[in-house]
Design a protein around this ligand. Structure first.
Ligand code: HEC
Length: 146
């Protein structure tokens, strides 16, 4: 019964605020579903990497001349705080430099999975998608470090 004694003005502020917060939470989750990649994707990505990227970025991911490293501390340092989606977009739009996007979106997605694996980010059961936002950590996850 006390509810009915609340001044109308309070309800006018509190109710929309709660609704807005709930909407923001739901939207936030939809906008950045972290997700993972699967071992199968990384496996497919390895083959695509060998065909499309390895010539410049090398089998050990450390790059050559201008081609930057794609795994290890300097890569993580450059990409920390970004996500698999940022990496996918960058690759899809700019790599290889002379024919951007030529590997195709599906292979580029698999290549991102392969690069996550190369950076020791653990695989999971949820496949990587164009919307996935798997976070790129500042350092190799401690549990996977050797
Ligand atoms: C002909 C050589 C060449 C090939 C092939 C190539 N790259 Fe690159 N890549 C470069 C060069 C040079 C740069 C640095 C210039 C730039 O950032 O555009 C670079 C930069 C990058 C970066 C940005 C790294 C950073 O930290 O900023 C990513 C990611 C990348 N390449 C991924 C790929 C992937 C994935 C493929 C295969 C689909 C690929 N590249 C194929 C030469 C190449």
């Amino acid at each position: 019964m006390t509810k009915d004694l609340q001044p109308l003005s309070v309800r006018l502020i509190v109710v929309p605020a709660v609704v807005a917060l709930a909407v923001a939470l739901v939207r936030g989750q939809q906008a950045t579903p972290a997700g993972t990649y699967t071992k199968e994707q990384a496996e497919a990505g390895k083959a695509a990497y060998q065909v499309n990227c390895e010539g410049c970025h090398r089998p050990d991911f450390q790059g050559d001349q201008d081609a930057k490293p794609l795994a290890g501390s300097s890569f993580l340092n450059a990409w920390r705080g970004k996500t698999s989606n940022d990496l996918f977009t960058r690759i899809n739009k700019t790599m290889p430099p002379d024919t951007p996007g030529s590997a195709g979106e599906e292979d580029n997605l698999n290549i991102v999975a392969f690069l996550l694996q190369a950076n020791k980010i653990p695989a999971g059961t949820t496949p990587l998608t164009h919307e996935s936002g798997v976070p790129i950590p500042a350092t190799t996850p401690a549990s996977n470090r050797r």
